[in-house]
Write a protein that binds this ligand. Structure first.
Ligand SMILES: Cc1cc2nc3c(=O)[nH]c(=O)nc-3n(C[C@H](O)[C@H](O)[C@H](O)COP(=O)(O)OP(=O)(O)OC[C@H]3O[C@@H](n4cnc5c(N)ncnc54)[C@H](O)[C@@H]3O)c2cc1C
Length: 325
């Protein structure tokens, strides 16, 4: 019999990450009748704000308030979770940069199953959890069976377990567990946060983004995206390979090592949908993905998917938009 389910809530500046609700959706896919417990760790008044927000979705929230947790240091959080969780806990963590740091080591310390970048949960039969992952940029789906009777750490791909499915909460109970934190002495020390540079255009403030990925194929083709963006009243952003190739400024990069954006509409042109890219896309925008590979992971999270060569499709779309004006 698998243990209690816990959701690790990441947060910044007193706001819970979008993944907070996604973990709840994923938990319901594993145990339809279970009530997962939210773990909120941090320090000071920002922590109370996060607990208050999360209480709208989770029935029980465990709050851990300690100066050593003021910055999300995965080494300290790992120690905390080992100290406070039951050995057979099923722990859900978002598969972002922090989650990749936290999850694998946590599963070793808890001596439990670990699965990274979970893209689908196919159900629980007895103690066997069926999970889907993707390999080779979505070309191959891998189906896994895991015995979770001794616990599990599951890193869940952001954006896949859509938050609307969780429904409205009724107001959960915040339980202050700070007294149980235990020893948090770690070797890693927080130094500073370096915010990404804001360039000529601030993509974090835009409502509509036309984002180009490696599928644009050539620097000269970025003009196609510029024209679409102009027709839509949008701004051009991009994935990291475009910045690495020096075709666009770093300030236009969406993702975990770029900007976090919250547009209403996100046009993804030739972007595969890596978790590092999608990790920078927040606020549940309306996503239109144009990609010639029908198995590209971005189609899992897109509201509209177009399987076409973008070099043909995007100029035709721009023309139609211009005609309709
Ligand atoms: C520590 C770390 C941090 C990272 N941070 C970021 C980050 O902040 N942001 C980021 O974006 N990435 C980041 N990455 C890189 C990330 O892992 C991916 O490699 C990257 O997001 C892939 O970019 P892409 O989707 O443009 O390219 P690809 O994965 O190569 O995808 C290109 C897509 O275009 C499609 N395509 C090709 N030609 C066409 C065509 N003619 N028409 C239509 N579709 C076409 C293909 O089918 C494919 O799906 C990071 C990686 C690491 C290790």
């Amino acid at each position: 019999m698998a243990g209690q389910v816990f959701a690790y809530i990441t947060h910044k500046a007193g706001k819970a990450d979008d993944s907070a609700q996604e973990l709840l959706v994923a938990a319901a896919k594993i145990f339809p009748d279970a009530e997962p417990t939210a773990i909120v760790a941090g320090a000071g008044s920002e922590l109370d704000a996060v607990c208050g927000e999360v209480a709208a979705w989770y029935k029980e929230i465990w709050k851990f308030d300690n100066e050593a947790l003021a910055y999300p240091n995965a080494e300290a959080i790992r120690k905390l979770l080992v100290n406070v969780l039951p050995g057979d806990a099923v722990v859900l963590i978002p598969h972002d940069t922090f989650g990749m740091d936290l999850g694998p080591g946590l599963s070793i310390k808890m001596d439990s199953v670990f699965v990274s970048d979970v893209a689908g949960i196919d159900g629980l039969e007895g103690d066997t959890l069926k999970i889907t992952r993707q390999e080779y940029s979505g070309q191959v789906s891998t189906h896994l069976s895991c015995d979770i009777s001794s616990g599990a750490v599951l890193n869940l791909r952001p954006g896949v377990f859509q938050a609307e499915e969780s429904g409205a909460g009724t107001g959960g109970q915040v339980v202050d567990k700070s007294a149980e934190i235990g020893d948090l002495t770690v070797g890693r020390r927080f130094l500073e946060v370096v915010e990404a540079e804001i360039g000529d255009v601030d993509i974090t403030k835009e409502d509509i983004l036309v984002s180009v990925g490696r599928g644009i194929e050539d620097e000269d083709n970025i003009e196609i995206a510029d024209e679409l963006a102009e027709a839509m009243g949008a701004v051009v952003s991009c994935s990291r390979p475009i910045v690495d190739a020096k075709w666009l400024e770093k300030s236009r990069q969406v993702g975990t090592s770029g900007q976090t954006v919250k547009p209403k509409v996100y046009m993804a042109l030739g972007i595969s949908g890596s978790f590092q890219h999608m990790g920078g896309l927040k606020g549940n925008p309306f996503i239109v993905a144009i990609n010639k590979n029908p198995k590209a992971p971005i189609f899992q999270v897109a509201d509209v998917g177009v399987v076409e060569d973008l070099l043909d499709f995007v100029p035709a779309l721009t023309e139609k938009i211009q005609e309709s004006k």
